[in-house]
Write a protein that binds this ligand. Sequence first.
Ligand SMILES: Cc1ncc(COP(=O)(O)O)c(C=O)c1O
Length: 400
Amino acid sequence: MTLPAPTYPLSIAANQIKRSVMRDLIALASQPEIVSFAGGLPAADHLPLPEVETCLEAVLARDGRRALQYGPPFLPLREWIAGYMRQRGVRCGVENVFITNGAQQALEILGRLLLDQGEAAVVEALTFTGIAQVMDAHGARLRAAALDLATGVDPDDFEAALTRGGRARVGAVIPDFHNPAGASLTLPKRQQLAAAAARSGIPIIEDDCYSLLRYTGETLPPIKAFDEAEQVFYVSSFSKIIAPAMRLGWIVAPAPLLPKLTVLRESIDLESSQLLQRVVTEFVTRGLLRPHLGALNAANHERRDALLDALERELGSRARWAAPSGGLFVWVTLPDEVDTAALLPRAFEHKVAFIPGVNFSVEGRYTNCLRLNYSNNVPERIRLGVRRLAAALDEYGAHG
Ligand SMILES: Cc1ncc(COP(=O)(O)O)c(C=O)c1O
């Protein structure tokens, strides 16, 4: 049903805002007969239901109504996060940890902290749509830095982009199992990016929601671990490692900025849920995270292998991709003449969905690419989905 246009004026922001193509697409793709590679959902059958049930009961029994009240950021959760960050090689105390409602809110609060209308910001040539949305919403002019599909952003180009045509206010990078590219930064690239932030004096947001989702290879320290100059804002989240419905994430920031972040956040919501902060704290301090991640990553690994095997069998010579060592996504490059946005309606007819590459490019590039999410389908469905994708591509090739 289309609603009549309101007769009262809306804000400039409301009038200018574009529909979220991604949101529409993911909603369309959620019909059960469609094999959807479109979303970024963690494996639904591995969401830790019994563990969360146990933690919720324990919290309510122990903390009672305190868990249902307003309250300050939950100190034991900040302490756990600070300890985890130190394990990852970051100098971090509880005074550096700012709890948010997910990484997306962290990005918005940092946008409020760092951006003004008309100022420049640097993103990767492929980036998470939520990063671009925040920067757009704050009126930033976006510059894109070159990205290697296997090893992530090019630090030299990123550094050059920070000052190309005037100083940018901020840059944003996704270090591990990049959304959408699947790539992870090499160690030297991490060091170079920290050095670039220090040299330029321009802060970098490191949006690291995926590094704990590694199933092969060695975990590297985040860029923040090399951040002697305190120029990197580290962002992470419990969405992909426990459950999106926890809506909890965090920022590691210089301690003197935390009071400012608190006030910048106040007009969005007053605070994160006491109940959910306590449930997540219970989960991690009971030692449930490690076994949960073990099972989750094993499932993701199996699903990735199923996807790569199926791509090899069905698309072989027609496509290229790099095998990620973790995370949720495989990025596929098709021949230049394929427009994946035009392929998508055919894919829907064949009951398979993906996100066209152009949606992740602030320059309108990557039109021959697509992002496939493998975590939320069992191997059999993945094989079926790739057969359907190949059929859609055959038809596209035959008819253009
Ligand atoms: C790179 C990246 N950053 C941030 C987010 C938002 O995460 P959250 O659910 O914690 O808000 C996502 C979610 O897909 C993401 O992929």
